[in-house]
Design a protein around this ligand. Structure first.
Ligand SMILES: Nc1ncnc2c1ncn2[C@@H]1O[C@H](COP(=O)(O)OP(=O)(O)O)[C@@H](O)[C@H]1O
Ligand SMILES: O=C(OP(=O)(O)O)[C@H](O)COP(=O)(O)O
Length: 397
């Protein structure tokens, strides 16, 4: 069912609680990638421009003990947000209490406030992560309406998303709406041909996606570390390559079920070590990989094959790099797939977050995709066909 969006809410004079996903990477207190903050700007700006008071909630990292709090304050995030908005942002180093309540009471229309890391509430009994009903109720009591823009956290049922939503009128922010439109749209009503490209390290992470997409996609191209579990399923020796032996039977049954829908690489770039200077050998897909070598990328013939399979595609969903893209020697397969997707005309092309998003950005192809998801785990679960609690809890239109 369609969900309310921020534009369905009356915002003027209202205290608008906003759940964003500002779980960004930090190194020595410096944000190394602010994509998630940038992605939330349209919603925050809309609230500000329409006379609301924006009170932002987010988690940052995982916090179990008092010591875990070190380096996980949202203070640097609030500073970055202020720079991006070109506007003062109040940061309150509390998740509850008088200072927070007073700061909210002091807000004027159009002001922006960031509340401290919601997971600081996890130290004393995982109140945030277990969706403690009192905590959700307390946070909801701080505002008049709730906007959920945290797609990256939508697979979690926590107090700061599901808890607040169950106590206030709620709506999806622009980012949440965009993620649902692109990922949900691709899975539920794709323009065809619909090609899925799945890679990354492990089959076990992608089984649910493969199972869900077998019935929905026209083709599933498989690369990355999970190739070799399928290789073993086909009776091939895979040397030192990554394998999950307990998933071989499952790989067999997926291959049987998929018929010719699943397309495996027809060659592999192998090496004896994880290094850019490693000597590489190309091994054909129907040959055994020597005992001392490891498959680290799809080979040139596979890039050609995948490019051919992608031609004419109208919907492409990609999750998981084709090889160890962090090393340039083994990034060619991932670059090849980026190029093949970039060459498509009139296609909706989506990257499902995580390392594939990092790869496309790092390799310079970010602007070639229709949509790069801000959620890794969330987009995977969405592609698996699971209902996301963060999305489900938003009020229906
Ligand atoms: N052939 C391979 N052998 C070992 N690791 C691989 C291989 N291909 C890809 N990888 C690794 O998989 C990781 C990404 O996997 P994953 O987390 O499943 O992707 P995503 O986050 O996009 O879902 C990358 O660090 C990459 O180096
Ligand atoms: O970064 C996140 O997950 P992701 O890396 O799978 O996209 C989300 O903010 C969720 O964080 P969590 O996995 O600690 O609940």
């Amino acid at each position: 069912m369609a969900k309310k969006t921020v534009e369905d809410l009356e915002l003027k004079d209202k205290k608008v609680l906003v759940r964003v996903d500002f779980n960004v990477p930090l190194k020595d207190g410096v944000i190394t990638n602010d994509n998630r903050i940038v992605a939330a700007l349209p919603t925050v700006k809309y609230i500000v421009e329409n006379g609301g008071k924006a009170i932002l909630f987010s988690h940052l990292g995982r916090v179990k003990t008092e010591e875990d709090k070190e380096g996980k304050s949202l203070a640097p995030v609030a500073t970055r947000l202020s720079e991006l908005l070109e506007k003062e942002v109040t940061f309150v180093p509390q998740t509850r209490g008088e200072e927070l309540e007073q700061a909210i009471a002091n807000m004027n229309n159009g002001d922006v406030l960031v509340v401290e890391n919601t997971r600081f509430e996890d130290i004393d009994g995982k109140k945030e992560s277990k969706n403690d009903p009192e905590l959700g109720k307390y946070w909801a009591s701080l505002g008049d309406v709730f906007v959920n823009d945290a797609f990256g956290t939508a697979h979690r049922a926590h107090a700061s998303n599901v808890g607040i939503a169950s106590n206030l009128p709620s709506a999806a922010g622009y980012l949440m709406e965009k993620e649902i439109k692109f990922i949900g749209g691709a899975v539920d009503e794709p323009k065809r041909p619909f090609v899925a490209i799945l890679g990354g390290a492990k089959v076990s992470d992608k089984i649910g996606v493969i199972e869900n997409l077998i019935d929905k996609a026209d083709k599933i191209l498989i690369g990355g570390g999970m190739t070799y579990t399928f290789g073993v399923a086909k009776g091939r020796k895979i040397g030192q390559s990554l394998v999950e032996l307990d998933k071989v039977d499952l790989a067999k049954s997926l291959l049987e079920k998929a018929g010719d829908k699943i397309i495996l690489p027809i060659d592999t770039v192998c090496a004896g070590e994880f290094s850019n200077d490693a000597v590489t050998t190309i091994v054909a897909g129907n040959e055994d990989i020597p005992d001392d070598l490891e498959g680290l990328d799809i080979g040139p013939k596979s890039i050609e094959l995948f490019t051919k399979e992608l031609q004419g595609a109208k919907t492409v969903v990609w999750n998981g790099p084709m090889g160890v893209f962090e090393l340039s020697t083994f990034a060619k397969g991932t670059v090849g797939v980026c190029e093949a997707i970039a060459d498509l005309s009139d296609a909706t092309t989506i990257i499902g977050g995580g390392d594939s998003a990092a790869a496309a950005i790092q390799l310079g192809y970010a602007d070639k995709f229709t949509h790069i998801s801000t959620g890794g785990g969330a987009s995977l679960e969405y592609l698996e066909g699971k209902k996301l609690p963060g999305v489900e809890s938003i009020s229906d239109k």
